[in-house]
Design a protein around this ligand. Sequence first.
Ligand SMILES: Cc1cc2nc3c(=O)[nH]c(=O)nc-3n(C[C@H](O)[C@H](O)[C@H](O)COP(=O)(O)O)c2cc1C
Ligand code: SF4
Ligand code: SF4
Length: 257
Amino acid sequence: MVFYFSGTGNSRWVAEYIAKELNDSLVFIPDAIKQEKYSYSLKQEEKLGFVFPCYAWSVPTFISQFISMLNINNVSYLYYICTCGDDTGRLQQEFCRIVEAKGWTCYLGYDIMMPESYVCLPGFDVDTNEKEQNKIYAAKSKLNFAVDDIIDCRKGTFVTLPGGCTWLKSVLLRWAFHKWLMTPRYFKTNEKCIGCGMCVKSCPFENIQLNEQRPEWGNQCVDCLRCYHSCPSHAIEWGRWTSKKGQYLMPKDFHGF
Ligand SMILES: Cc1cc2nc3c(=O)[nH]c(=O)nc-3n(C[C@H](O)[C@H](O)[C@H](O)COP(=O)(O)O)c2cc1C
Ligand code: SF4
Ligand code: SF4
């Protein structure tokens, strides 16, 4: 069973690939949260996987909250795959602690570098088309190694991308991100908005409503930026710096090279 979340599609692509190769079922975490479905039973020798993006050099908070609510029978082999734009700091240690608190052991973790989705601060933008293609190409071969390791039930395999200054990023900057930056408060639309409602449809948490043809953001936001990247008019802005930034979505029908 593969539990996954994805904002811009990278982690969905990874999760779908793994589920296909392992012949496993997929659970989209926002659907499970909406249905308040936290109890699951694994078949004999079925593996338990989590696939999600890295946010602020850490496990997204709602993912760790979701895991803490889970009640799963027969957990024998557990792994995670995290997609990131650059590096993940101490995410591996954090994820292992989250599942240990449930009495489970994480045996394998892979960080897979994928196209960048974070655009809100100066200095952060989507990758060039060429860089996106190169990252996806490299990701595909890393993913094949990960799948082989999962099929072999490899234990103690952690192929991670911590980068430098991990304490600074995963402790100090993470704290600052969550305190000031992971919020829907700064979303707004500009004059290019055509009231098409695409942003409403795109939000995995149904957090956007149209009011007189203009979107309004609620408080159930996980900061995945799917709405920003989905707008066909590039009419959504987050704060002051995104109007000239790019947009990125992994196409739904993209299955690799
Ligand atoms: C709020 C936010 C924070 C992010 N923080 C990081 C980060 O700390 N390190 C990193 O390498 N990428 C970071 N990214 C980039 C994403 O992890 C990366 O693009 C990921 O593959 C997106 O996955 P998705 O398409 O499944 O949503 C961040 C993206 C967002 C939206
Ligand atoms: S997707 Fe963009 S253009 Fe369409 S309603 Fe939302 S903000 Fe406006
Ligand atoms: S409002 Fe936008 S950023 Fe927030 S959860 Fe929905 S799609 Fe993601």
